[in-house]
Design a protein. Sequence first.
Length: 424
Amino acid sequence: MKIKIDHVAKIEGHGGFIGEIVKGDVKAAIFMVNEGARLLEGILRDRHYEEASQIAARICGVCPVVHTLTSIKALEDAMDVAVASETIYLRKLLMLGQIINSHALHLFFFSLADFFGDKDDLALIKKFPSYTKNALQIRELGNFLIDKIGGRSIHPLAAEIGGFKKWPTEETLNEILKMAQAALPSAIRLANLFARLKYPDLQTSFNWASLVNENEYAIYEGKVRWNGKNEEEQIISEGAFMKLINEFQIKANPQTKRSHFEEEPYLVGALARLNNNASLLNLEAKKILELSGVKLPSRNPFHNILGQAVEIAHCVEEIVTLIGQRKELKLSKVKNAQWQPQIGRGYGAIEAPRGLLFYSYETKDNGDIKECNIITPTAQNIARLEEDLKAWLPDLSKKASRKRENMIKMLIRSYDPCLTCATH
């Protein structure tokens, strides 16, 4: 049996699938990335350090914040720049805005229709008009936060090496706080909808990795925790982990690299973060997870969708909490870090909506970029996705062709792949 899907809709970019089953044995299960290589790493070489984060942001229009900040973080590591706690505070707020913006898009407009058999988004909107408003309100909060702190909602400008070009006013933070407080019931309601859904029962044995931080649900800073399928665990620095990732290409689809760690594929993203950090979720997010009945750690890739829903509630709660704590900081008096360009090698890792994003820079004596390496979440997840498809195809082969194709697409969408990031 040969299975070919030319186009998987409702993912970021153009992708398809090729599978082959012979007498119940899966001979091929390839997620085809139908995008041209974009060669951003080469474009970044020899560029001025001030240009790097803005070029990196162009890798993705859905999550430019995380590319901007991870690029800056790696350059700060390379040139020994120690930033103020206020800078980290604002960067975390930017990340929270990025995550809720991306998750709301994927959950409601990309994934939800799979659970109700709707192909037409307009039909879905008519079926769930109030949930549509909830999703749009959450995305509006994310866009507003990024615009006001980052300088604009897409490809933000304000963040720079050592701090920010412009710091938000007290009035701006009050506006964000009011919007977040108003959006929290919507975030909880939307997340509860996904907590009550019935997810396909696909149990696979896989490894996963995410940032961990004993003080918080890690999205901006921490070490990398890797969990193996045989219950082994490692906690190592972001730079050490990145150096051990084995990136490779396959002849059938060379446009993007795939990734192994310890010679095996692994999962990154909301489910990996939930498996590692659920005890640090905010209160309402914990209630939503409990409502779902899912026991952690979960090795069902479809629970990545649930993980995103739980994170929406957590992140909106976190925005309210962080802005409520701002009086402990002195944003009006903070100054950017003082530093000088220098030769160095630095690493940065941040949790993008879709999972761990790694940057590495080698700088020249004037701070310009000598070498660059970027490993995106989707480039890490593709090999794991293909293993899940291999595990599921024997069961799917018994179903009618239309049903089989829809279930393959549903699994691919559960990973929320970003193909422009993967072909960077």
